[in-house]
Write a protein that binds this ligand. Structure first.
Ligand code: SF4
Length: 390
């Protein structure tokens, strides 16, 4: 009996039927042939193509990216390339969806492997969010049918991390909310509290908690909404007192980092500095020296003195790149000695990249990501708001 099906995420279940198996002739190609053919296809496509690569991609793929960055930086690149007919996004599905929404109608966005989803994004389903909103109305937190209070403020401003499906982003956009990334999460929370009494933050409870705490919100003013419980598992009084309602979602990669790992490495390396991504649990951020987005981590280590020793709590491909390519003159270690790999990002292989690029050369668009028109408008509203907040 197959053990694969029970392990599939909601995203995989939805998209597995659309996923074409990689043709036999693209399997088992030697590395030098992959490199040569990817470079040749890229050269043939010239300015018609732009390749965007997320920091967590493997080296064999990211070396072909025209631009690398975190979700925020890559989303900005989309509108800067109006001449590119094809945007190949070496990342995961929600990133390609955002690129499709932000691109011009004549541009086509391609995800080299449709199975590259995100377990965190899967933790917020549109039906669960609809139910949450209706529960908040029943609890008297949101006035039924009204979007604004008499004072012109919202009762709840929904903020979704970019690591979510387009339907979730559209829901937030339509209700006066916004998308954020880990680069602008603090500015986004300030933006939201200027417009409403409390924030519903989804899908990552850790990014929400860590960011709000850094802004001075005590843990007692936060509640966790469990989408699998009636009324989120909360009493109306608790919700009405909260400044932020945190959706019970998390990143399966970043929640592997622990305080014990920090203590062990500090004992082994005197002078060690620890920097972590804000998707890690709150107590890990407290035990670290610093926290921030992948761009922030890269900049902080770049500015540190030669010879400094760092332990980094984020995905292993970025940590290895920092250690071996960007800063071999500093010691950069993974906080987790076994390394934390984003297995869905890893699905984008050079073989998939080659298959999609050679398809474009032959005039065939493979693995195009299209957000349905009915979701596009409000998704774009939410993403455009995101791009104005820094
Ligand atoms: S690292 Fe975590 S949040 Fe990022 S794509 Fe992978 S599973 Fe999703």
């Amino acid at each position: 009996m197959s053990t694969l099906l029970p392990m599939m995420t909601a995203y995989e279940k939805e998209h597995i039927s659309e996923r074409q198996p990689l043709p036999e002739r693209y399997l088992s190609l030697p590395d030098d042939e992959l490199d040569r053919r990817i470079a040749a296809a890229k050269a043939k496509l010239g300015g018609r193509l732009v390749i965007l690569g997320h920091h967590y991609q493997r080296d064999e793929v990211i070396k072909f990216a025209d631009y690398t960055g975190d979700s925020f930086k890559l989303a900005r690149q989309v509108s800067r390339h109006p001449d590119a007919e094809f945007i190949v996004f070496c990342g995961v599905h929600f990133m390609a969806e955002s690129a499709d929404v932000l691109s011009a109608p004549y541009q086509q966005v391609i995800l080299p492997d449709l199975a590259a989803g995100c377990s965190m994004a899967d933790m917020a389903e549109p039906e669960q969010l609809e139910m949450c909103w209706s529960d908040l109305e029943q609890m008297g937190i949101i006035p039924t049918g009204a979007r604004l209070q008499p004072n012109g403020r919202s009762s709840v401003v929904p903020v979704t991390y970019i690591n979510s499906a387009a339907s979730i982003k559209a829901f937030c956009g339509e209700r006066g909310g916004v998308v954020c990334t880990s680069s602008n999460a603090a500015a986004t929370l300030r933006w939201a509290w200027e417009r409403g009494e409390r924030v519903l933050f989804l899908p990552d409870q850790h990014l929400g908690r860590n960011t709000a705490y850094k802004l001075g919100v005590p843990l007692d003013d936060m509640v966790v909404w469990d989408p699998n419980e009636i009324w989120g598992g909360l009493e109306p009084d608790a919700v009405s007192r909260a400044r932020i309602i945190l959706w019970k979602g998390h990143c399966s990669v970043h929640t592997r980092f622990t305080v014990r790992q920090i203590e062990n490495l500090r004992a082994q390396h005197p002078g060690l500095r620890v920097i972590v991504h804000p998707e890690v649990p709150w107590e890990v951020v407290q035990a670290a020296d610093d926290s921030g987005s992948t761009e922030y981590i890269i900049n902080t280590i770049s500015k540190s003195p030669v010879g400094s020793i760092w332990a980094v709590g984020t995905e292993i491909h970025l940590v290895n790149r920092l250690a071996n390519q960007m800063h071999p003159d500093r010691t950069v270690l993974s906080l987790d000695q076994f390394g934390c790999l984003c297995s869905t990002m890893f699905r984008v292989s050079p073989n998939h990249l080659l298959w999609t690029l050679e398809g474009l050369v032959e005039g065939e668009v493979r693995n195009r990501i299209v957000v349905p028109d009915e979701r596009k408008y409000w998704t774009k509203v939410a993403l455009d708001r995101m791009l104005t907040i820094q």
